[in-house]
Design a protein around this ligand. Structure first.
Ligand code: PLP
Length: 444
């Protein structure tokens, strides 16, 4: 018996009772190598002593004091840490408890910015098909995943969507990457003009698409063009780095690699590495000054904003990433994992694409490599791979079959930054077993 409403039937889930570096241990003593950081969360594994100690120390000193009454040191120091490293004019931070809250906050910040600026008619957000920005109603409204939206469609905010940047499936072979990037920017430009530029608040996109598509990175130049289109119309660029940020791609902020900075950037998951639930919304000085210089305060708030213990944990996670040189390690181990995947799966008849950045890698499975025809979604191949992987003692993050019917099943890999070379080999061995097992189940 359980009182918990689980995502899956309770009896199908092992009970997690321990952590040892990149392994999770269940109540039967079985060890699972965490090759996905859960959902790209656990970037320091499951037993990092310095982080645990920092949290314990904060609990001993002061677990929580409401930010309506007090500032606290951990949130101030974490804020300084992040803005000192953030690109562009991202110079202020708002701390929340997770990714959906961060995106809700971003949407409301952007709206209030224009309200204070004397442009209250701005009301539209534009996002992309096949995107995921969270499960609260605002975040779900801008999300572009029909499967997740369907039940709630009548109560969502009006949404505007343009194409994702998904070269493997949406760029014809004869089109250059440069032309593709320009075409997508033109599509955004046209959508803004269609809505009326004076009515558009912002364009929201994941820097590297995570859960819905499996580590799909933008083609070179895409984000630069998008930045130009937004600037041309005075529209804010909001980048969702909830999955792809905080070092996962080998840069602290994924958009650094693309050479641009957004007006607002959201992050969560790797920020607290799962040791504490915490997310953040970074914003430009211009947005901050307009709001503070206007009505004086951001009309928003949650009970746990700037939570002292959550921020103390995240601060130690971020300091650890620097102290242990983990961004270099992400690039190195990521290259190794990528190379291993190419060797094992590069010529596999049912692997269509291997993609991503750093330790954020997607493997897309297809029925036919030449035509890129996905497997019949009714096979639920992704779910079979997940189950097989758990049998093999591997956590990976498969998804698919639900996205417009336009993408195949994929496996997202996002292992902790601390994994060793031996564990990279273990991921490859166990994943190969899981994929073969799942394909066998559907008669392939
Ligand atoms: N945005 C992206 C890109 C995500 O991947 C997720 C979660 O998977 C979210 C937002 C929502 O974050 P949370 O589940 O912490 O609310």
């Amino acid at each position: 018996m359980t009182a918990i409403l689980h995502r899956q039937p309770r009896q199908s889930l092992p009970v997690a009772v321990g952590g040892d570096g990149p392994y999770v241990i269940d109540s039967n003593g079985k060890r699972y190598l965490d090759a996905s950081g859960g959902a790209a969360v656990s970037c320091l594994g499951h037993s990092h002593k310095a982080v645990v100690e920092a949290i314990k120390a904060q609990l001993d000193q002061l677990p929580y004091a409401h930010t309506g009454f007090f500032a606290n040191r951990p949130s101030e120091e974490l804020g300084e840490h992040l803005v000192a490293r953030a690109p562009g004019d991202l110079s202020k931070v708002y701390f929340v408890s997770g990714g959906s809250e961060a995106n809700e906050t971003a949407m409301k910040l952007a709206r209030q910015y224009f309200y204070e600026k004397g442009e209250p008619q701005r009301r539209h957000f534009i996002a992309r098909r096949q995107s995921y920005h969270g499960n609260t109603l605002g975040a779900l409204s801008i999300g572009g995943n029909p499967g997740r939206r369907a039940v709630y469609e009548p109560i969502l905010l009006p949404a505007n969507h343009v194409s994702p940047c998904f070269a493997y499936r949406e760029k014809p072979a004869a089109e250059s990457e440069a032309a593709y990037a320009q075409r997508l920017a033109d599509e955004l430009d046209a959508k803004i003009r269609e809505l009326g530029p004076e009515t558009v608040i912002g364009f929201v996109a994941e820097t590297v698409v995570g859960a819905t598509l499996g580590a799909v990175e933008p083609v070179p130049g895409y984000l630069k063009h998008i930045r130009e289109v937004c600037d041309r119309h005075g529209v804010l660029l909001i980048l969702d780095e909830i999955m792809s940020g905080m070092g996962r791609t080998g840069h602290l902020f994924a958009c650094e690699e693309d050479g641009i900075a957004p007006d607002i950037l959201t992050c969560a998951k790797g920020l607290g590495a799962g040791y504490q639930p915490v997310g953040a919304c970074l914003l430009s000085g211009a947005i901050h000054d307009t709001i503070v210089g206007g009505s004086g305060a951001f009309q928003h708030g949650f009970t746990y904003i700037g939570h002292a213990t959550a921020c103390a944990g995240a601060l130690e996670v971020q300091r650890t990433i620097e102290r242990e040189g983990l961004l270099d390690r992400v690039r190195h181990q990521g290259a190794l994992l990528r190379q291993g995947l190419e060797e094992r799966f590069g010529n596999h008849p049912h692997v269509g694409d291997i993609r991503g950045r750093g330790l954020f890698i997607g493997v897309e499975l297809v029925e036919d490599r030449a035509t890129k025809q996905p497997f019949d979604p009714s096979h639920r191949l992704f779910a079979r791979i997940k189950a097989q992987a758990m049998d093999h003692g591997l956590m990976c993050y498969p998804n698919g079959g639900t996205v417009d019917g336009q993408a195949g099943d994929h496996v997202l890999l996002a292992p902790p930054f601390i994994i060793g070379e031996q564990q990279v080999q273990e991921i490859l061995d166990r994943l190969e077993g899981a994929v073969q097992g799942a394909l066998h189940e559907i008669g392939v």
